[in-house]
Design a protein around this ligand. Structure first.
Ligand code: BJW
Ligand code: ZN
Length: 257
């Protein structure tokens, strides 16, 4: 690959950000890691190191044991409620004021981008704050303050007011389709941007993982911000290896003072 750059901040990248008209920021669990929210696949701390995704993050798992799944997601919702946005979330919100157009696409189910001041976030994998009925899909509006569930402690889900079905978390599980409009907006933004920042994602989960490659193929510059360098094999690809909460504010300072 021609321009696969690791440290320090490449001047070519800074120049491309300065003149970018349409920027996409595509985030994964790593952007919230410095807020204390665990990622999924990091070697020591990832959720999937401790929990079996097939027993917790599929519709079949919920049907088999709704209380186990609901309790686990309530534990995670409580973690998010207690967390605060970090410098990476804030830098992304600030970047929107510095470039003509910015589209923020996240795979995360937390609301830390919104709390950092990003108003229009495309959530590809749903939200912990938007539960719905497992049977009739009606939204469930009476989500209470989470109890203090211990990790993995079973908790019976509330019942739907309309049909009595169990309420499920409003997230996208394995084998489920992503929200159609969010996905098409995300793909369109990726295909039309001139620079895409891919922040804190392993790029392993499809179809979201196609987004940086779509941008690259359409001629955009793609920048990975991740302690683990990523490579799609494009000529206009950069790695800002390191923590998003350090590398993103530094990139903004270098580009916009
Ligand atoms: C830092 C950092 C710091 C750390 N700073 N960086 C075989 C081949 C291809 C596809 C498939 C296949 N078999 C099945 C599929 C489809 C499947 C899929 O992609 N599976 C792959 C795992 C193989 N996809 C689906 O099922 C999707 N639906 C679908 O395809 O529908 C069509 C269909 C219908 C019917 C049948 C089959 C297909 C749905 C996927 C839904 C994913 N859901 C989850 C859970 C959401 C709810 C929840 O939160 O519990 O979404 S899984 C989990 O992974 C979550 C995340 O959004 C997603 C992506 O993870 P992410 O964000 O990249 O996190 P990590 O942990 O992987 O990476 C963190 C990164 O951060 C690392 O790189 C770190 O280095 C870095 N980092 N600290 C910067 N401070
Ligand atoms: Zn219902």
């Amino acid at each position: 690959m021609e321009s696969f750059d690791v440290d320090p901040l490449p001047e070519r990248l800074v120049a491309r950000l300065r003149r970018a008209q349409r920027v996409v920021v595509f985030t994964g669990a790593g952007v919230s890691a410095e807020s204390g929210i665990p990622t999924f696949r990091d070697a020591l701390t990832g959720l999937w190191q401790r929990f079996d995704p097939m027993a917790l993050a599929t519709p079949e798992a919920f049907e088999a044991d709704p209380a186990l799944v609901w309790g686990w997601y309530e534990w995670r919702r409580m973690q998010v409620l207690r967390a605060q946005p970090n410098p990476a979330h804030r830098a992304i919100a600030e970047l929107a004021n510095r470039v003509p157009q910015l589209t923020l696409i996240t795979q995360n189910v937390d609301d830390l981008h919104e709390r950092a001041g990003s108003p229009a976030v495309i959530h590809l994998h749903g939200s912990l704050q938007a539960p719905r009925c497992f049977h009739c899909a009606r939204p469930f509006a009476e989500l209470a303050e989470p109890l203090e569930p211990e990790q993995g402690r079973a908790l019976a889900p509330p019942r739907c007011r309309h049909c009595g079905g169990p309420v499920r978390p409003g997230v996208v599980w394995f084998g489920e389709c992503l929200p159609e409009r969010a996905l098409s907006e995300a793909f369109a933004a990726a295909e039309q941007c001139d620079l895409l920042l891919s922040v804190g994602t392993s790029g392993l989960v499809y179809p979201a993982a196609q987004i940086p490659a779509l941008a690259l193929r359409a001629g955009a510059c793609v920048v990975h911000v991740n302690p683990q360098p990523q490579a799609l094999g494009g000529a206009a690809e950069f790695n800002l290896a390191g923590l998003a909460g350090e590398r993103l504010p530094a990139l903004l300072r270098a580009a916009f003072g």
